[in-house]
Design a protein around this ligand. Structure first.
Ligand SMILES: *Cc1c(COP(=O)(O)O)cnc(C)c1O
Length: 366
């Protein structure tokens, strides 16, 4: 049995007719960028998250760098982020001109809130909390620290659509929630797309102006903006998928609960969920002892035609792209340990019980 680490065809097939109808509606409408479909999706998604506003953008990365731009954070400013973040989180910071300050992650793969304050300097302007692999960060603690030091809070919710801490959904804790709708995300489009969620009228207006060349009125440009517009096709697809997001997340939870209950192998360490923090299981990330042991395990599963992915093999501070920041190995040992040991097991909408059983049996036989 061949099992892909991730596949997107099953989620499409499940609601194929609805997606095709949405596509035809847009194609026949004669209006393709920033229109009714975008308005509709923005309103539905804001409501879902519990935020006052949602502004559709072209990607998750755009949401991130524009968030810092809208908060007037740039050259000379510092932004705190966890050292095991995805590279796009860090690029969002550096594209805005600011400097990332890395803080080690906790046992849940999110920002270790006990280490944030040591990283705060006179230049610190914001904390970027990345809800990695689907689990909400400890936003109550992060907001408290931010308040104490007068910092902005930006959330990277690219992997956490629908995840909560307590009763509040990620994207509704900080000043700005940044979302990606890249096809493989829990709420995925059929191409690139993203958005921000905000509760401030001013930020809502600023993002709307900035995403469209800084113009509020056509050909009247208020600021030097960018082109980061959500298109009508993606918005129409997203509105369909949003209706099923709770179902999608519940399905992922069911799959992961079987992994947790049925995998019995001491070589594999399970992911942990923080009390009061919810996960929507964007990834099911186990840990193997070290790089060699992980390699052996990957090869064993590959022989059985089971795909896996490493999220992520190189932490941003050791990435060639950020060599100029001057970090070296051992600077963030916990993040580096994760990079050496994490592995994402197969997980996708439409994964069958048989496929899941096959993966579990293979792991138990290892
Ligand atoms: C996917 C992702 C992004 C980037 O989103 P794009 O839409 O691909 O630009 C940023 N942060 C995290 C945590 C992600 O998973």
């Amino acid at each position: 049995m061949k099992i892909w680490a991730n596949r997107l065809d099953r989620a499409f097939e499940r609601h194929q007719e609805e997606y095709e109808r949405a596509a035809l509606r847009v194609l026949r409408s004669g209006w393709y960028v920033l229109g009714k479909e975008v308005d509709n999706f923005e309103q539905s998604f804001a409501k879902y998250v519990g935020a006052k506003f949602c502004v559709g953008l072209a990607s998750g990365l755009d949401a991130l760098w524009m968030a810092f731009r809208m908060l007037k954070i740039g050259a000379g400013d510092e932004v705190i982020v966890q050292a095991n973040a995805y590279i796009a989180c860090v690029m969002g910071i550096t594209m805005s001109g600011a400097t990332p300050i890395f803080v080690e992650p906790n046992e849940y793969f999110n920002l270790d809130v006990t280490k944030i304050e040591k990283a705060v300097t006179a230049k610190t302007k914001a904390i970027l909390a990345v809800h990695l692999y689907g689990q909400s960060s400890d936003m109550l603690a992060i907001n408290e620290i931010a308040k104490k030091h007068g910092l902005y809070v930006v959330e990277d919710c690219a992997q956490s659509h629908g995840a909560k801490q307590g009763e509040t959904m990620t994207g509704n804790f900080g000043d700005i929630g940044c979302f990606s709708f890249y096809p493989s995300k829990n709420l995925g489009a059929f191409g690139d797309a993203g958005c921000v969620t905000v509760n401030s009228d001013k930020l809502n207006d600023d993002f709307r102006t900035y995403r469209n060349y800084g113009s509020e009125k056509r050909y009247y440009n208020k600021v030097v903006g960018t082109n980061s517009r959500l298109d009508e096709l993606q918005a129409a697809f997203l509105a369909v998928r949003l209706k099923y997001l709770n179902e999608i997340n519940a399905e992922r939870t069911k799959i992961c609960n079987r992994y947790l209950a049925e995998i019995k192998n001491s070589a594999v360490t399970f992911p942990k969920i923080q009390e009061n923090c919810e996960t929507v299981w964007h990834q099911f990330v186990v840990q193997l002892g070290n790089r060699n042991e992980r390699e052996k395990f990957i090869n064993y599963l590959a022989e059985k035609e089971i795909g896996t992915i490493i999220h992520y093999p190189i932490p941003p501070h050791l990435s060639e792209a950020y060599a100029y920041l001057g970090y070296k190995k051992e600077d963030f040992p916990i993040a580096e340990k994760y990079a050496d040991s994490v592995l994402s097991l197969p997980l996708y909408s439409g994964m069958t019980d048989d496929e899941l059983s096959y993966v579990i049996e293979a792991i138990n036989a290892y």
